[in-house]
Design a protein around this ligand. Sequence first.
Ligand code: NAP
Length: 297
Amino acid sequence: MRIDGRTKLAGVVGWPIDRTLSPAMHNAVYEALELNWVYLPLSVPDQRGLVRLVDAVRSLSFVGFNVTMPYKQAILPLCDEVAMFAQMADAVNTVHWVDGTLVGYNTDGRGLIDALKTEVGFDPAGKSAVIIGAGGAAGAAVVGLIVGKAASVTLVNRSVERAEAVVERMRPYLRGVAAAALRLDRTAREAVQSADLVINATPVGMVDGDPSPVPPEWLHEGQVICDMIYQRPETDLMRVARDAGATVMGGLPMLVEQGALAIEIWSGTSQLKVPRDVMRRAAEDALARPALAENER
Ligand code: NAP
């Protein structure tokens, strides 16, 4: 990797950040594209640190940065402008530093939809979807499904009030998509069973031994099951869905897509085509490294 006086900076802001795959994924593709950029983990322990980081970005040669847990909402008021999809999701995962302005975007929703199309050939247009969870990732998934013209989206969450709040927030943007909120218990059975697409947008499955967030008997052939978790090659949800004959996608293709879309934004041109395969390989290699595997335990 070339680092010189013209090298531009990028990175990912979060806490904790020790398990991030993004530096491996981004630096590999910058090299492949001969971009004189470097991508760093930007470990920020608290809100004060986030404000200081944003100040630093404004005076350094950043192209932008990604934002991960727990700052996807906290970054919103620190941006000068927030793009429509990020406003809808109420979360920013990509910030572009351009012409003295910090512009917040959310590439998770489109990343999810693009990954579903390329990885498992699923187009959400006219389809019914259930999202388990009601946090930032679930909000971004709702945005992706609205843009992808899904027929219906049901948010199923442990605390149903949070799911209801997301549906209310999305109401002005729904464009004819039917939206509902349910509690994550037996009342969600019919919605999950009749859904074409079921997405896990909770961290349940991240740790070895975590059970599937929905009972295996609710899943069946003909459904697409997507687990946003990317730290493990197969979660319990993915295993039981596969056993039930469903089509299964893990979180890695979405992680790669949202990262590639961020690079396309930072490049400032629609001409740059980011090779997803390079990013995917680098992420898989990083996941296979013992240090990350140890962290997982
Ligand atoms: P978040 O804002 O903290 O939301 C977490 C959600 O999970 C909430 O709805 C929460 O329910 C639910 N939840 C947490 N623990 C639970 C449990 N034990 N049982 C049932 N529900 C539980 O997190 P987020 O940012 O949305 O991220 C969610 C997941 O998506 C994470 O695993 C993250 O790594 C993943 N993700 C992946 C990608 C990708 O590119 N593949 C992108 C973004 C996020 P309550 O509201 O009841 O607390």
